[in-house]
Write a protein that binds this ligand. Structure first.
Ligand code: RIB
Ligand code: CA
Length: 316
């Protein structure tokens, strides 16, 4: 790990794409994963937590501290996505049952304690799922808002609209109330929306590259991709599937591969029709506070070159 490595906490709801994001982070010396917190999202909390342990053991990193978090959104009933990720949330390949320990502390308390004890603005939060844990931490300990270096979140969409409803992306849709708490907290926030991740499409050649590694990580990522591609290909009619969550790590490691704009983004929480929509003032017509750096483009090939090189570092 580099001496200048960025300390990060990954808040996640694995999910195959979360798994690829975690594998990318753990293979990158630019990042120092000081903890993983799990949240209900793609599948219920017991499975997202089990899956986080499976993924860390796949990476041969049973040293990573994993904390289980919130099992339902702040107000709405939990909506999950087994139709995309399968019953286990990591369908596509059979992986060994995890044996690494789960930390006893609740994820929300871990987040609060970590930011209270660390020097100000030295740890970044990467959110890959519904923002419930982060919102609960901010509501329980508002003082940490000024101590968080920045938040990088996969979620939302503007030009790309939504993926679970016409206007809402899954992470924001599941817990729009939590997203509103985070977007209103005045924290340095970068949003990695569908506008970017829908350009980060997998393809058959990439899957072949992964299998050519002849490693357990290569085989797992190839099999996960084969599995979740089937849903996205049918839905979007595209030749591949969007790799949503790994774009968060890609941005942290190589921000030059992305472009965006500092704009105002509000979260719709009331309307039954558009709940979870990220109302992005891309053309700055409202004059509202610019509370987010909202990404819009990705160098797709540069990102996949980075991802493939890093996944290729795993042995065995
Ligand atoms: O909309 C895509 C997001 O929802 C990704 O984070 C995926 O893992 C799911 O959580
Ligand atoms: Ca996710």
């Amino acid at each position: 790990m580099l001496a200048s490595a960025q300390k990060i906490i990954i808040d996640t709801d694995p999910g195959q794409d979360d798994g690829v994001a975690i594998l990318l982070a753990l293979a990158s010396p630019e990042l120092d994963v000081i903890g993983i917190t799990t949240v209900a999202g793609n599948v219920p909390l017991d499975l997202t937590t089990k899956n986080a342990r499976i993924i860390c053991e796949l990476a041969n990193r049973s040293d990573i501290k994993i904390f289980s978090g919130c099992d339902k959104p702040l107000k709405k009933p939990l909506v999950t996505a087994e139709n995309v990720h399968g019953k286990t949330g990591l369908d596509g390949i059979e992986l060994p049952e995890p044996t690494m320990p789960l930390q006893p502390q609740h994820a929300v308390d871990f987040i609060i304690e970590t930011f209270r004890n660390a020097p100000e603005k030295t740890i970044t939060l990467c959110t890959l799922g519904p923002m419930t844990n982060i919102a609960q931490a901010l509501m329980k300990a508002p003082d940490i808002a000024t101590r968080i270096q920045k938040i990088i979140s996969m979620g939302g969409g503007f030009f790309e609209g939504g993926n679970i409803t016409p206007s809402a992306e899954f992470n924001m849709f599941v817990d729009p109330d939590a997203a509103k708490v985070v977007f209103d907290a005045g924290i340095d926030l970068t949003v990695v929306p569908l506008d970017v991740t829908h350009k980060a499409l997998t393809n058959a050649q990439w899957i072949q590259q992964l299998r050519a590694f002849k490693t357990s990580v290569g085989e797992a990522v190839a099999s996960w991709t084969d599995f979740f591609e089937r849903y996205d290909k049918e839905k979007y009619g595209s030749a591949g599937a969007p790799l949503h969550d790994p774009c968060v790590m890609g941005y942290l490691i190589r921000p030059d591969l992305f472009t965006g704009k500092h704009i105002n983004v509000e979260i719709e929480t009331e309307s039954p029709l558009t709940a979870g929509a990220t109302v992005a003032d891309w053309w700055k017509v409202t004059g509202r506070t610019q509370n987010a750096y909202f990404l819009n483009t990705i160098d797709r090939d540069g990102f996949f070159d980075l991802l493939t090189e890093r996944l290729g570092r795993y042995q065995g």
